[in-house]
Design a binder for this molecule. Sequence first.
Ligand SMILES: Nc1nc2c(c(=O)[nH]1)N[C@H]1C(S)=C(S)[C@@H](COP(=O)(O)OP(=O)(O)OC[C@H]3O[C@@H](n4cnc5c(=O)[nH]c(N)nc54)[C@H](O)[C@@H]3O)O[C@H]1N2
Ligand SMILES: Nc1nc2c(c(=O)[nH]1)N[C@H]1C(S)=C(S)[C@@H](COP(=O)(O)OP(=O)(O)OC[C@H]3O[C@@H](n4cnc5c(=O)[nH]c(N)nc54)[C@H](O)[C@@H]3O)O[C@H]1N2
Ligand code: SF4
Ligand SMILES: [Mo]
Length: 745
Amino acid sequence: MTETHVRTCPLCEAMCGLRVTVEDGHVTRIRGDDDDVWSKGYICPKGATLGHLHHDPDRLRAPLVRTGDSWREVSWEDAFREIERRLRPIIEEHGVGAVATYIGNPTAHNFSLGRYIGAFMVMSGITQIYSAGTVDQWPKNVVCALMYGGMWSIPVPDLDRTDYLLMLGANPAASQGSLLAVPDVLGHLDRIRTRGGRVVVVDPRRTKTAERADEWLPIRPGTDAAMLLAIVHVLFAEGLTRPGPVADKTRGIDTVERLARPFTPEAVAATCGVSADTIRRLARELAGAPTAAVYGRIGTCNQEFGTLASWLVEVVNVLTGNLDRVGGSMFANPIAWSQVGLRPPEFAEGFTFGRWTSRVRGAPEVLGQFPASCLGEEIATPGEGQLRALITIAGNPVISTPDPTTLDAALPGLGCMISVDNYLNETTRHADVILPGLSPFEQPHYDELIWSWAIRHAGNYSPPIFPPAADRPAEWKILLTLAALVGGQSYDEINVTELDDLFFAGLTAFKQAEPGSPIADRALDEITAVSPPGGPERLLDLAIRSGPYGDAYGTRAGGLTLAALEAKPHGIDLGPLEPRLADVLAPQMDKIELAPAYVIADIPRLRARLDRHDDGLVLVSRRHLRSNNSWMHNVAPLMTGKPRCTLLIHPTDATRLALDDGMAARVTSRTGSVEVPVEITAEMMPGVVSLPHGWGHDKPGVRLAVATAHPGVNNNLLAPGDRVDVPSGNAALNGIPVDVRAVEP
Ligand SMILES: Nc1nc2c(c(=O)[nH]1)N[C@H]1C(S)=C(S)[C@@H](COP(=O)(O)OP(=O)(O)OC[C@H]3O[C@@H](n4cnc5c(=O)[nH]c(N)nc54)[C@H](O)[C@@H]3O)O[C@H]1N2
Ligand SMILES: Nc1nc2c(c(=O)[nH]1)N[C@H]1C(S)=C(S)[C@@H](COP(=O)(O)OP(=O)(O)OC[C@H]3O[C@@H](n4cnc5c(=O)[nH]c(N)nc54)[C@H](O)[C@@H]3O)O[C@H]1N2
Ligand code: SF4
Ligand SMILES: [Mo]
């Protein structure tokens, strides 16, 4: 029997609509859904292989319990009882403060996990929270929290209408967009150019994105902030600032002018490797374009001055009048609000950081988290407050975070480690119990979070294709059960339905208490009576119905509900973004804070950088279209072609170091060393080498048949744990000084 299903790909922010052909229970073909209102048939090679992921024999389908080096499959009840047996004594003796969690990237893309991670944190009482956020976008979160009052109030370039795009440190040709949801980004870049606009890409590597732009501008890694501040300098010096309507709603323009004064183009040119003339021209182009947007991503976050660079992206958008205007940098207003965008009560009066510090290194907390690299030392270092239990949720920190040697060595010392994960991999091999989630095709899908930074107001809900096996819990049930166990309930007491009802009631009340809430006067039983019975669908329905286009549970005729969305399998599109700054600014803020004290306090560090002359080789990371962080190298059709885990190096550097193409090189930093094949290419700027992240699958005990045949090396072995962007604590995984030499055969 052949069936065709329509659904959204959950792998990345492009959210492509797929047509999935299933023959006799087997996925035989996946292509883009031409009728999808958002992606219109666009697809990449990863989406086309979701069937392989679904059928992957290594994907875990039952809980695993480890004894020594051997694993056995157990029932779900036995798995939870084992967790209880192991966790209880730790919590009784040391308290919940001895338990940490690490939350990985797929939680942002997974229907269950995304909606229940908040419940997990609150109900478990865990306060030691680590996440992939501090190796990713923490600088953006800090900047948007301070400037706009919400850590997820992140504007996106209005690609459909802009006349000028300045993109720094992003390679959507591989990543498909990040904190920028758009299908077929390269198509959008082409269209900017065909309508007479201009695209400039700033990156130490001439990426496929740069090749599609009007101009590639190589930059010395970690110096974007200096270049952007010089652009700000020119805007003021040449009288080019025109903040337009947001001027009245902005505080601190004078402060920014004063701060930019010493950062003349000439003062930064040598450091950035960008000429003063080019910097002046960029400033003039940005100011002169009818509309323009500056966008920065991993390369501007995951680096030494991530917060300053991310802040200056916003500053340039404000000063050129492009924030919150059509064709500029705009805030989405998604159909369904995302829980992560709710304003935490603890920050009602504004954001403060460093409220507590880490035990071992004294790192300040930022938005409730320490740098991911603190995790290993907090486990390994004895004493009061030592971490003794860890719950990883869809994360692979042994590959993804800096200084993985310390973490990898520390994990076996835990009294209890639990992983909610679909694979037995480099991190989860240390777990005592692994609890697998469902395959993407066994669960519904809707991207509440990702639509918060999409370039249009659209939405698409997908039902599951396959029913999960009868005994398999969805991940939201796993999270609630774990939360209750950590919170002190015994397994026999746990009632997941009650916990879910409690969570729903709490979120509903939170939403009702917001000023102007459209559901303020609705009684909870009135709401539950017309809601799905529970689980993530009920939460999504709440987020739609109480959202900007929702029916407010019957109060707004014709408004949206989950059911209305389900009736449109190819999605709905409610049009382009609209200016909405007044809604975005937090209630305690009357204006945009253009020069937050916390951020500008880091400027002396940037000035000192201008006096540092480091001419040695530095390492940056890269992504490939056919990889997804660390976890999709087990999908055989994605692993064909030439080896991808190679060191890219410019011909002049290669000649100087006597390296030939294909030869092995040893790359050494102050913390580690890896051996990797060399790929000589003029797409790198001289002085900069590049390795992909997400590799290093040669660890004993992993169950990844395909990935271990192409292990590659883990570039984070070269990343010192203390190399962070100071204000955010985000890892600085780009711009690492390295030594490269030929390995004698
Ligand atoms: N050097 C360097 N390091 C980097 C980066 C870089 O650019 N350079 N990028 C950083 C960035 S941006 C990120 S986001 C991090 C990512 O860091 P992590 O989130 O720690 O790592 P991932 O590789 O995304 O691992 C995802 C894990 O989730 C599991 N998984 C996949 N799908 C599911 C699911 O549906 N349910 C469950 N329960 N588990 C699932 C996988 O098996 C895997 O173990 O890496 C960071 N590390
Ligand atoms: N295929 C695929 N797609 C993905 C992922 C994946 O692993 N594979 N990961 C997903 C995740 S978790 C994320 S966060 C996003 C990230 O999405 P992007 O931000 O687009 O990430 P990258 O493709 O790594 O591009 C980062 C670029 O920054 C450049 N760079 C490095 N250092 C600097 C610097 O100091 N300054 C400047 N200007 N540039 C610099 C690098 O050379 C690289 O080209 O991608 C997501 N999408
Ligand atoms: S670009 Fe590829 S991975 Fe991303 S959503 Fe589309 S098909 Fe999936
Ligand atoms: Mo990420």
